[in-house]
Write a protein that binds this ligand. Structure first.
Ligand code: ASP
Length: 337
């Protein structure tokens, strides 16, 4: 059993300077602080693709570099564990679930809320269990996990279903619309019936186009502000971040704006600000207008999955109808509505 441990940065590998600031340290130190890793029945090799960074600095270019690097190493390893800052982990992990579609091997992201060098750190448990989950095989020796996931605080979540819910609790991630893939208690309980399986042959797609705008609807939003985000900014896709089950105010300029955008070839998506439940068009009259205006429901997808899937599809040259047809499909277990 051979695993690749990838260190991209984040709190998990940070130490405190004399001034009290947190700075990344190097990978060797990380393994010295968690010597238990050496007791796992696996050969663990490491890869540090760049100087460790705060995950706020992670850009689509980094997602693509990770995807390419993992693709190049896919045959050499049974599983991959990615150490990543928690702030944008859900974006990177979602993006990888698309770029590495049908990868067929475990890819487990993890990080921590406290640096590994701190006494009460959650880093050790997260790291060791993430490695153990990546090592899990069935009776026939096949990997139990064949998808991209996030392990945090005793739960393994599908990457493109998870988001960071807390900046303070150890229980930092949540998957509101899909059950955990595994739970770590006295034993590791991997829930077979929740797991995603490849639906086709694997081929890496490390592409993106970041021309995706997000318009957060708030009471009092002006036409001018909405137009500034949606029109003349080079967006190919605009995500309307709506209320409740996908509702929008009855502003008369909103359908006009959508129409003007569509005439320029922009696709509009409806994603709810409610993390739990998602969009159900048209549950209320307030969402009927969006449906009639040809706004596509993002169902119960997380905003992170909506954005990364959109960027990824645009990166493949899909715009307009081709984009919308592909977006509506469940490609990597990211949606059930
Ligand atoms: N700011 C850090 C990051 O996302 C927070 C963390 O790792 O938890 O890189």
């Amino acid at each position: 059993m051979k695993l690749l441990l990838i260190y991209t940065g984040g709190t998990i590998g940070m130490v405190q300077s004399e001034e009290g600031d947190l700075h990344p340290f190097d990978f060797d130190q990380l393994l010295k602080l968690v010597p238990e890793v050496a007791r796992l029945d696996a050969q663990i090799e490491t890869w540090q693709p760049w100087e460790p960074m705060d995950s706020s600095d992670m850009q689509p270019e980094h997602w693509a570099l990770l995807a390419k690097g993992m693709d190049a190493r896919r045959k050499d390893y049974d599983g991959f564990v990615v150490l990543h800052g928690t702030d944008t982990m859900a974006y990177t992990a979602s993006a990888l679930s698309f770029m590495l579609l049908n990868f067929g091997k475990p890819v487990v992201f993890t990080g921590s809320q406290l640096p590994v060098g701190v006494l009460r750190s959650d880093a050790r448990e997260n790291l060791i269990t993430a490695l153990e989950l990546a090592m899990a095989t069935d009776a026939a020796g096949a990997p139990m996990l064949q998808e991209v996931a996030i392990y945090f605080e005793y739960q393994l979540l599908r990457a493109n279903r998870a988001y960071k819910r807390s900046s303070q609790n150890f229980n930092a991630f949540e998957s509101p619309n899909y059950p955990p893939l595994a739970e770590a208690g006295v034993s590791l309980h991997i829930k077979q019936d929740t797991l995603w399986r490849p639906t086709g042959t694997y081929q890496v797609h490390p592409v993106w186009k970041a021309s995706v705008g997000v318009l957060i609807l708030v009471p009092g939003l002006s036409q001018k502000m909405a137009e500034a985000i949606c029109l003349n900014t080079g967006c190919d896709v605009v995500v309307l971040h709506t209320f409740g089950s996908g509702n929008a105010p009855n502003w008369e300029w909103l359908p006009e704006l959508i129409d003007a955008g569509q005439q320029r070839g922009i696709s509009f998506l409806n994603a709810s600000q409610c993390r739990l439940g998602g969009v159900r068009q048209p549950a209320y009259a307030a969402s009927r207008m969006l449906r009639y205006a040809g706004v596509l429901s993002a169902g119960d997808m997380t905003l992170e999955a909506v954005v990364t899937k959109s960027m990824w599809l645009l990166g493949q040259g899909k715009v307009g109808k081709a984009f919308e047809t592909a977006f509506a499909q469940n490609l990597a277990g990211e949606r059930s509505l």
